[in-house]
Ligand binder design. Structure first.
Ligand SMILES: *[C@@H]1O[C@H](CO)[C@@H](O)[C@H](O)[C@H]1NC(C)=O
Length: 172
């Protein structure tokens, strides 16, 4: 039994439809309501909770953007991206997320020596709605998020002491 030549047609049709859907999705991502969440991932070798002169960006790290409704409930969105050679990631979000809490969350470090996370410090909130008065042309900057070294560097005590002295006068 040989198949008639037109048996290939349904497959071609499916491929054409898939291509059209992909094109539409790409257009939607760059259209109104689309956001780019961007931010930097760095290593905090002293577990300071802020950047010091020994912190450095971590390329090749995975970050996800996760959204949940204010009232709790299941995750509504999850999209991932990897940091570039300067430690910056860009996650494209194709819709408005009003009434949702969205966060950029560390997933995996690009540096095995600096790959620990701490609960609540492994994330940064980003508003993903165009109705909050922010005019940032679809780009939302998340605060830098840090991975920690398991063993702090030997001179961390000394370094942090310097930062404490600098910060001492009336830190808000
Ligand atoms: C960081 O700052 C400390 C304290 O000021 C200094 O002793 C150290 O050499 C600096 N380290 C680097 C890598 O710049």
């Amino acid at each position: 039994m040989t198949r008639p030549p037109f048996a290939a047609t349904p497959l071609l049709l499916v491929l054409a439809v898939l291509a059209a859907v992909a094109a539409l999705a790409a257009a939607a991502a760059s259209g109104p309501g689309g956001f780019v969440v961007t931010g930097r991932v760095y290593c905090d070798p002293c577990r300071a909770g802020f950047e010091t002169n020994v912190s450095s960006s971590i390329p090749g790290s995975t970050v996800s953007v996760e959204c949940r409704h204010f009232g709790g409930g299941p995750e509504r969105l999850k999209a991932e991206a990897t940091t570039d050679e300067r430690g910056w990631y860009k996650v494209e979000i194709d819709q408005d997320h009003q009434e949702e809490i969205c966060e950029a969350v560390l997933v995996k470090s690009g540096d095995p020596k600096c790959s620990e996370t701490e609960q609540f410090r492994d994330r940064s909130r980003v508003p993903l709605t165009s109705n909050n008065g922010l005019k940032q042309n679809g780009v939302r900057y998340a605060n830098p998020i840090a991975f920690f070294r398991k063993e702090p560097l030997a001179d961390c005590g000394f370094i942090l002491q310097k930062y404490d002295l600098k910060d001492a006068p009336e830190t808000p």
